[in-house]
Write a protein that binds this ligand. Structure first.
Ligand code: IVH
Length: 697
């Protein structure tokens, strides 16, 4: 057998095995045999690159070449769905649709997968490209990453030319597992979106994304089935992964059964009258699904009716999405501004048309970084949904409607908005590396004086701006040496205010070493890691300085929770002259640079537990205080409840988390119970003292 034939046979066998395993969930060959065939094909392909097919099963592992996702036009309209927020609305829509069609209809009910919309294009049964939705007409070519998704077939079982719409998503359990290394990613959808746009497909291959497909568009219309159920059955036969949670609604259960039988598909046969109870049932099972859904989609089954109904500018008239939650805040992006943080990190911020959300008016929302903007494909003028995650800053969650002005995805300018220095890319973020950048310096000072840090409350961002502008302060030690009396006579700075500044400065000298350490601007050193370092033996600054002078990475990494990257970051920062000067200045000012006995971390009573928090609290306001208490005692905290969550701390109010927790058997803990766990009793001064101690202030 010649090599070419051998490669072809290996390819066939591997493709069959991949399809069986990933799409149908069964093994037809052993893992060992699979690896053997795979390695053999890799060997042939590397020795004879001319034999390597673009869609070889070996392309699943991705590549280290970077990709810039060129824009490509869709050949089908990629629209989104109109929405309903109650089952009554869905029933009314079905009735209206049947009326305008002028005949009896059947409908298919699918889950609305909360993932990334993708269109897969095949020519003569061969994968040619995968495009993101983009603005509906033009999307980004993300083929190299999508090819790493094992459930996306690269070769179909028939040589058809077809466009297929589907949703790429990440299962909840896979998200939780990956989250340990990317804690900033809020939900599985965002992680899937980020992965689909990874520059290196080898990195995308490391994330176990999967797909459900739900629409097919045949180039040769004569091949196209005449109803949606048959389309799904055909897609399945072609090798695609179809969501088995399906229901069919028609005038009677028997009629629905007949439709299913004809299409050769399994689904729940139901009558129109069952719709409300079906949606209720789905809502209940939602928490126990392995993936996230954000609603249900009702679609007209008959394709000729679909065609007759047609489309509005934005939506098909033959389908509607039933969304589970009441609408999130929906608003328009007026502009995107760019901020420089205390570490020089650049954060793009969406300036919004003001909108009410969770009891406050939101005008701005974080966009994190360019990668996040790209994954949303967000442009000026787009209509977006905005959410609040925990108690923190609101974030733009999704683009709901593209702008009509033709604006394309926003790109962060490459120079610092404050000092115009060229920006530098580090990991996912851009940085301004000019240490004298005024916004950076002000940010560093404001961080130092913040309530959660040195708690010099009267010297807030506004006062810092003033002190900076008057050239009184350029680095942290200046806060301890500057002559605040110079402010006398300045508008808004009376004697009382000046006295409060001086008092705050004096008071701050009492803050324990752990707080000082977490406030002076060492990278990755927050309250928790400062405690960890101290517990791990760095009980005074000299020990830290010595270890960094000696480049002694092991002195840090021998502490269990300190990784190599954090260690290297701390060492580099402590070797820096400016940091040395800062530390010397603060020492001279009389700040605490060694640990006193009572600052120890409390017992790790929550070690190994995973806690979510909902509602508001009497003793923990803002709610982040409760998270701190949990984390300090060894708990891992999460923002959404999954099978791994062990406890839900539930205050008053709060949303659906309580039901989700109940349905998953997660232990629900009240505030009173939690207080008892912490061993805290009384209110008043006693409690305040206790908190100050345990918060490390
Ligand atoms: S049908 C022309 N079915 O929801 C109709 N969409 O706002 C195409 N989605 O962009 C959409 N699950 O990304 C359809 N079973 C499903 C879906 C689904 C998730 C997404 C899709 C679409 C968005 C609609």
């Amino acid at each position: 057998m010649d090599l070419k034939e051998q490669a072809r046979q290996l390819t066939d066998e591997l493709l069959r095995a991949q399809k069986a395993y990933y799409v149908d969930g069964r093994s037809i060959i052993s893992d060992l045999e699979y690896d053997r065939l795979f390695d053999e094909l890799v060997r042939i392909e590397s020795e004879h690159p001319e034999l390597k097919d673009e869609n070889s099963p070996t392309s699943r592992v991705g590549s280290d070449l970077t990709s810039d996702f060129p824009e490509v036009s869709h050949t089908i309209p990629v629209l989104s769905l109109d929405k309903a927020y109650s089952s009554q609305e869905v029933v009314a829509w079905m009735e209206k649709t049947a009326r305008s069609a002028g005949r009896d209809l059947s409908f298919v009910e699918e889950e609305k997968i909360d993932g990334i919309s993708i269109v897969l294009y095949y020519e003569n049964g061969i994968f040619v490209r995968a495009l993101t939705r983009g603005n509906g007409y033009v999307g980004n070519d993300v083929s190299s990453n999508v090819k790493t998704v094992k459930t996306v077939p690269l070769v179909l079982t028939e040589p058809v030319t077809i466009a297929v719409r589907g949703e790429i998503y990440l299962a909840k359990k896979d998200f939780e597992a990956l989250r340990e290394s990317s804690p900033e990613v809020a939900n599985p959808r965002n992680m899937a979106a980020g992965t689909v746009r990874r520059q290196k497909s080898s990195e995308a291959a490391a994330v176990p994304l999967t797909i459900f497909v739900y629409e097919g568009f045949w180039a040769d219309e004569s091949k196209r089935p005449d109803n949606h159920l048959a389309i799904l059955a055909s897609l399945k036969r072609l090798g695609f992964r179809i969501n088995p949670h399906l229901a069919v609604f028609s005038s009677s259960k028997e009629q629905s059964e007949k439709l299913l039988e004809k299409a050769g598909l399994e689904a729940e046969p139901l009558a129109f009258g069952d719709l409300a109870s079906y949606l209720e049932r789905v809502t209940e099972r939602r928490a126990s699904l392995e993936y996230e859904i954000d609603g249900m989609v009702t679609k007209v089954n008959e394709l000729d009716v679909r065609e007759a109904l047609g489309y509005t500018e934005h939506h098909p008239r033959w389908a509607i999405a039933y969304k589970f939650e009441s609408p999130q805040a929906v608003t328009k992006v007026k502009a995107v501004t760019v901020q420089v943080g205390r570490t020089g990190r650049i954060t793009p911020v969406a300036e919004l048309e003001p909108v009410q959300l969770g009891g406050s008016v939101v005008r701005r929302a974080t966009l994190h970084n360019q990668e996040y903007i790209d994954s949303l494909e967000l442009a000026l003028g787009d209509t977006v949904s905005v959410v609040k995650r925990g108690d923190v800053i609101p974030a733009v969650d999704q683009v709901l409607e593209k702008n009509e002005e033709g604006n394309t995805t926003f790109v962060i300018p490459r120079t610092c908005p404050c000092c115009s220095s060229p920006l530098v890319q580090k990991g996912a973020h851009l940085y301004c590396v000019n240490r004298d950048c005024p916004d950076q310096v002000k940010g560093m000072l404001a961080f130092f004086t913040a309530r959660d840090q040195m708690d010099m409350e009267s010297i807030g961002p506004k006062a810092i701006e003033k002190l900076y502008d008057m050239k009184l302060v350029r680095d942290i030690p200046d806060l301890y040496t500057c002559d605040y009396d110079v402010l006398k006579g300045e508008k808004g700075y009376g004697e009382k205010m000046i006295a409060s500044f001086k008092a705050a400065v004096e008071e701050s000298k009492k803050r324990p070493f752990s707080t000082v350490l977490a406030s002076i601007g060492l990278p990755d050193v927050g309250a928790k890691s400062a405690q960890i370092l101290i517990r791990g033996g760095f009980s005074d600054i000299d020990r830290l300085l010595k270890a960094s002078d000696e480049n002694d990475i092991a002195a840090f990494t021998s502490i269990p929770q300190i990784g190599e990257q954090t260690a290297a970051g701390i060492i580099a920062a402590l070797q820096d002259d400016a940091m040395r000067e800062r530390i010397a200045g603060l020492r001279a000012a009389g700040l605490q640079f060694e640990q006193k006995a009572q600052e120890e971390l409390p017992d790790q009573i929550f070690a190994g537990q995973v806690w979510a928090v909902t509602g508001s609290f009497e003793h923990f306001n803002p709610r982040s205080l409760a998270l701190k208490e949990l984390e300090k005692r060894g708990a891992r905290t999460v923002s959404s409840i999954t099978g791994k969550t062990t406890h839900l701390l539930a205050g008053t109010g709060g949303g659906s988390k309580r039901e989700t927790a109940a349905s998953l058997g997660v232990r629900i803990v009240s505030e009173a119970e939690f207080m008892a766990m912490l061993g805290q009793e009384e209110h008043g001064q006693e409690k305040k003292d206790a908190q100050q101690l345990s918060f490390g202030f």
